[in-house]
Design a protein around this ligand. Structure first.
Ligand code: MN
Length: 231
């Protein structure tokens, strides 16, 4: 696909995860024409933000660095718009990977455009070279955070497929988890009942986890539980 051809593609694991947790997945396209996003949000009970390309650094007042990848400005602005409309209806939001980043940017936060070249300290491999159905690095979940409440643990191993990360957090956004190299791995908002972003891909870990407790499934189930309160 070339950049001027607007096509949509989504890994099936996202919609499978929503369905597995008891929700009805609906894919929302981003469109250039003005559309009534408030009306659109009134049709759903929650907003799930998927992974994808890099985020336009102008949204956090930075120039593009060399290592910045493909950006889709239309998707960025559309997602920020739909995040704001979802918040105004106090419906739950769950973001994974890029979804965790666009959430923070929507609240006025900034990003590390490229971990490898922009972080001075030694960092671990955040673009894993094993399949995403395997976890690759550990994270520490902050006590009293939303993920801690869902999982009842502060230790988790997650998959990782991101070269960007959240940097300065937006207003009333807090970090809920960190990797061992101090990269933010989860965020939440303190003023809304359920606004959660995770830097990893729980949707790809649903079937591989053989332990009794499937953490990824628990996270999707909590999101759907919150969404059902809006019915
Ligand atoms: Mn990571």
């Amino acid at each position: 696909m070339t950049l001027d051809e607007q096509t949509y593609s989504l890994h099936g694991a996202h919609s499978e995860a929503i369905a597995l947790a008891g929700g009805i997945p609906l894919i929302i396209p981003y469109v250039e024409q003005s559309t009534d996003i408030k009306q659109l949000v009134s049709l759903v009970h929650g907003l799930y933000l998927t992974g994808g390309h890099d985020i336009d650094p102008h949204l956090f007042y930075e120039e593009p660095y060399h290592e910045l990848g493909v950006v889709e400005p239309l998707r960025d602005t559309f997602e920020i718009n739909i995040i704001n409309k979802t918040l105004s209806q106090r419906k739950p939001i769950f973001g994974v990977c890029r979804g965790c980043q666009i959430l923070n940017v929507a609240f006025g936060g900034s990003m590390i455009q490229d971990i490898k070249t922009q972080v001075d300290r030694k960092t671990i491999q955040h673009i894993q070279k094993r399949p995403l159905t395997y976890a690759s690095h550990t994270i520490t979940i902050t006590h009293d955070s939303l993920p801690f409440d869902i999982l009842s643990t502060s230790h988790l191993t997650v998959n990782s497929y991101h070269h960007q990360a959240n940097d300065r957090l937006g207003e009333h956004v807090i970090a809920s988890a960190y990797s061992p190299d101090a990269i933010i791995e989860a965020i939440e908002h303190t003023d809304y009942p359920f606004v959660l972003g995770v830097q990893w891909h729980p949707e790809r870990l649903l079937h591989r986890e053989t332990k009794e407790k499937n953490e990824s499934k628990l996270m999707f189930e909590r999101f759907i539980h919150e969404a059902k309160k809006m019915m």
